[in-house]
Write a protein that binds this ligand. Structure first.
Ligand SMILES: Cc1cc2nc3c(=O)[nH]c(=O)nc-3n(C[C@H](O)[C@H](O)[C@H](O)COP(=O)(O)OP(=O)(O)OC[C@H]3O[C@@H](n4cnc5c(N)ncnc54)[C@H](O)[C@@H]3O)c2cc1C
Length: 285
């Protein structure tokens, strides 16, 4: 018979996962709409009562986002400017109600090509911590999401935390999303940009695009082209179709056709960089 479990201890949750036959539920903001039914089918493991999965904060290696931390938790957290893009994405996820219930881990595990958290966390070099009764393993986010709605999560594992290394907690960042309207909208495409500047030049650039392929991706050719460039209003001009196209594999669907998605990705990247340059100039004025 279907059961509803809401343990408050990690060991109990992992024990239930090891036995099998339960679906992990966090905010249910992806899970429940996907059922198109009045209730979730089968047995449910609600992880929102496990305190060890909450919290966002510094560690000795960088930063940790708990496996049940919500978008609202991200908005409220005291985080360095490198995380601004994740906060900006959080403020645009659905509505306040969705932000209060939906979790970052749920966004990653659902692995929608249009998941807004993924490009931001790729640009933060994030890794996911996967825990089962056997132990814990850490997998880079870029290897965790293996395709549209596919992940490397094993049947008995839970995503217990997201880790951002100190080396990526550098610079300032922006998230820019294009949708058919401002809020409560699935992204046509979205970009996350993090840039570290030293002596007026780009020291490190981390750029990622989502909804332009089955999985969000970093733009390594463009990142290389930006290295060492002057951090000035000419910077966005470096973004060309030729530098980003090799990384993209957009589909055409009801929201946009493929060429429009590619074109929009370039434009959003230029806007993100222009915004970062303008912000830096304001700060140093
Ligand atoms: C009205 C509305 C608007 C939305 N707007 C946006 C938007 O603007 N941008 C966006 O990206 N998304 C949006 N979403 C989708 C959704 O809110 C997010 O993806 C959210 O972050 C999902 O988190 P959740 O906790 O609700 O996941 P759930 O629905 O609880 O779970 C999603 C999947 O992840 C698995 N899972 C959850 N947590 C874990 C864990 N810790 N370990 C292992 N597996 C786990 C579940 O088994 C399930 O397969 C929207 C949804 C709705 C209903």
């Amino acid at each position: 018979m279907a059961a509803y479990h809401r343990p408050d201890r990690m060991e109990d949750a992992l024990g239930l996962l090891a036995k099998g036959g339960v679906t992990i539920a966090a905010g249910c903001t992806d899970l429940f709409p996907a059922t198109e039914a009045r209730s979730l089918p089968g047995s449910v493991l609600d992880i929102t009562g496990i305190k060890a999965l909450r919290g966002i904060g510094p560690t000795s290696f960088g930063f940790r986002i708990g496996g049940a931390a919500t978008w609202s938790d991200v908005i409220a957290a005291d985080l360095p400017p490198a995380f601004d893009m994740l906060k900006e994405a959080a403020r645009e996820v659905g509505s306040r109600q969705i932000q209060n219930a939906g979790t970052i881990a749920g966004n990653l595990c659902n692995a929608s090509p249009a998941a807004d958290g993924v490009p931001c966390l790729l640009a933060l070099d994030a890794a996911v911590e996967l825990t089962s009764i056997q132990g814990t393993r850490t997998v880079p986010l870029k290897a965790f999401i293996t395709g549209a709605r596919q992940t490397a999560l094993a049947r008995d594992e839970m995503l217990s935390a997201i880790h951002v290394p100190q080396s990526a907690v550098q610079g300032r960042s922006r998230f820019v999303k294009l949708g058919a309207r401002r809020y409560l909208v699935i992204s046509i495409t979205m970009v996350a940009a993090r840039v570290e500047v030293e002596g007026g030049r780009v020291k490190q650039a981390a750029l990622a695009v989502g909804a332009c392929g089955p999985v969000a991706t970093r733009l390594s050719q463009l990142e290389d082209a930006l290295m060492g460039q002057g951090f000035d209003p000419a910077l966005p001009g470096i973004v060309t179709e030729a530098l980003i196209a090799p990384a993209l594999d957009p589909i055409g669907d009801i929201r946009a056709d493929a060429p429009y998605r590619s074109h929009a990705a370039g434009e959003l990247l230029r806007r993100a960089l222009a915004n970062l340059v303008a912000a830096e100039r304001e700060l140093s004025a």
